[in-house]
Design a protein around this ligand. Sequence first.
Ligand code: UDP
Length: 485
Amino acid sequence: MPTDNKIHFLLIPHIGPGHTIPMIDMAKLLANQPNVTVTLATTPLNIARYGSAIIDPFRFLELPFPAVEAGLPEGCESTDKIPSIDLVPNFLTAIDMLQQKLEQRFHTIKPRVNCIISDKYMSWTGDFADKYKIPRIMFDGMSCFNELCYNNLYEHKVFEEMPESEPFVVPGLPDRIELTRKQLPPEFNPSSIDTSVFRQRARDAEVRAYGVVINSFEELEQECVKEYKKLRNGKVWCIGPLSLCNSDKSNKELIDDEKCLKWLDSREPDSVVYVSFGSLVRVNTPQLIELGLGLEASNRPFIWVIKSVHREKEVEEWLAESGFEERIKDRGLIIRGWAPQVPILSHPSVGAFLTHCGWNSTLESVCAGVPMITWPQFAEQFINEQLIVQVLGLGVGVGADSVVHVGEEDRFGVKVKRESIKNAVENVMDGGSQENERRMRSKEFGKIANNAIKEGGSSYLNLTLLIQDIMHHENAEASSKKVDI
Ligand code: UDP
């Protein structure tokens, strides 16, 4: 039996905001359940970044990050802090070295760990869990829709013979969706940095996992949940939207809530377009300027989060010298760096989210009942766009037609013109009958999402089922040991 009848979960997130934030939320959610203990293992700077605001009853286990040992600059402990694309292989090496760090400290974790929940891209956790004979549940930060798409693309490889711009139907999905080879994630459409070994290891560890925990809710993608459960022997638990478990704020970095929320207070309901591309996308300068001009042409109030990273000087020069910031100052707010995204989206003045379609951003928009203007960039974002626009009818695309690989942004130039941006904004904000219907659907899904995590809701129930499953597994293991004796 588990010690004191308690189940102890060890959570191991991948170190990047889009993966760490939902895992921190998951830790809070689990730790607030009766008979559950939670430890979350991550690196010192990530504990400092996300942990300062947390008073919840879970513990951190610090894993020193071997940045310098792996040839990275000191303090480079998160995917959004990698200074140059050439250093990605070093970052992946450092991630693998965390296995040894955890092995050195594992004996200090008390009580005994009964279940590991680890990110798909911490693929070493597969071997680790096997070594210590602990069931491991994978977290991938994506929807069941997405998991099914990946699985079917791995199995059927229908895209292989296709010209790169010709649409094909993704096989075996409950919904008909079309993609082109140019829009596929790096597993099927590699960039110039070779990450194939890393991705294959992640896939192998995924297939071996005991189960999968999903940041989504069943009502959003009922048929896909059913299909994905069939594929994984029923061991799939949708326990999201995880961001809703937050009444506090998990990321204190550069948050300037006051100013931003006050600015929103002075605007009409549903009138503001919020524009952000998440934590990793690096839009090239000409495209960023085109986006600014598209927003200006749309004539709507907007909040625009600019992460210029390596091009800070260029972007600042344009903002100042072109007169852009001055021209839009009465209806546009520019946030440099990190924005309080969840509070912004939840504000009643926000009427649309121009998003790169990262899964967290997508789900946060759904929770807030805000329709989306979709501009996917890379990874699984084109698949998410299909779910938002084609399947759920919650958004309108700007017309992005291919992945912009990380680190190769400058090669792609201006892919989306200001007129397309303006048209998509107008389409979502214009008050016509289609727009009204989309807005109503968004608000309806928002209500369903909020109910899913409440007592009696689908995700609440799934969380209980997950804990019970691990308890049964523990008990079965204990009985089989007795028989052996
Ligand atoms: N985020 C934020 N402020 C920002 C940028 C991002 O709070 O300025 C959060 C956002 O709310 C989401 C996460 O960072 O929870 C980004 O995850 P997502 O999956 O959308 O995109 P990624 O960054 O992984 O591409």
